[in-house]
Design a protein. Sequence first.
Length: 334
Amino acid sequence: MTLLFEPLEIRGHRLRNRIVAPPMASLTSTKTGLPTVDTLDNYRPLTESGVGLAILEHHAVHAEGRTRLRQLLLDRDEVLSYQGDLAGLFSGAGLPALVQVNHAGSYVEDDDLLDDGWLPKAPSPIRHPRSTALIMPVKLTLEEIALIPVAFLEAASRAVRAGYCGVEIHAAHGYLLGQFLSPMTNRRSDNYGGSIKNRARLLFEVHEAVREAVGDEAVVAVRLGMADTLPGAEPVGQTVDDARWVAAEFSSVGLDLLDFSGNMCGYDGHGEAWFAPYCRTVKDSAGDVPTICTGGIRSAETALRLLERGDCDLVGVGRALKRDPGLIHKWKDL
Ligand SMILES: Cc1cc2nc3c(=O)[nH]c(=O)nc-3n(C[C@H](O)[C@H](O)[C@H](O)COP(=O)(O)O)c2cc1C
């Protein structure tokens, strides 16, 4: 199991092993997006779990970028002292922690958010393929698109000021940046639609803005939805070749960490380590950028196999670790 427990350094932050706790929404915030006692209680076991890196659940960068009513927000300075308490749990335990920053675009999961007649914005006026809310989003203007990197950079800078080691930009699971990547939801004919270079333009603009805002010591990761369909399924929409192009571009702009998952197909699959075939292919294009493979990894043997095969540099263990917070300590004793 030595490879699993080999340290890795990312931008001066030492990860004690190759196991990552991936972001998992806890739905514990106040309606104004502040962490609560329940939020702290939710994360406390993780700080003692023995993972090498924790990535906290998606925080909306703007109130109009929420998918749920009880979603944490990083949209204003008022959140700083509350977030400081949450970040303090991790720094106090010596566990590097990133916060995921997200804009939901048209992927609204709570109808309550639509109560006052507000309509979400998206790359194109197309109903979101995964949202249960019966809404037609409004197409973003170029002026509105220009404000999105600003919202991300402000949220990211708050995360770092609150005491986290950095942020993860969410470009997976069909949220706004994933909506731009996917031809299913992006039918624009301007510089933000069409080729993968255009569909990924906003993601790179967000990365550039965030990188500049957080300073040299902070880690900037991207969670990349690699395709709209699972491995083995007939490709529809965004393909793995698109993700390979994005990964190659990221390797040339000095991204710190690429966290792989699905885009419109979400994060769930069948069997074990369902994204591994994609992870291997996309990692080949990612140059020196360390990569994480997540999804259906439940045993030390599977985790080790992925690392040994070179499918990824780190493994994400979500629900298995949530079910058994002592899991990594057991893996260590194997
Ligand atoms: C309850 C729940 C909440 C999740 N919340 C997020 C999230 O906030 N951001 C994200 O990128 N993925 C989220 N995910 C996906 C996980 O990070 C992970 O990719 C997924 O659970 C597959 O890994 P696993 O099989 O090890 O659980 C969530 C998953 C679950 C089950």
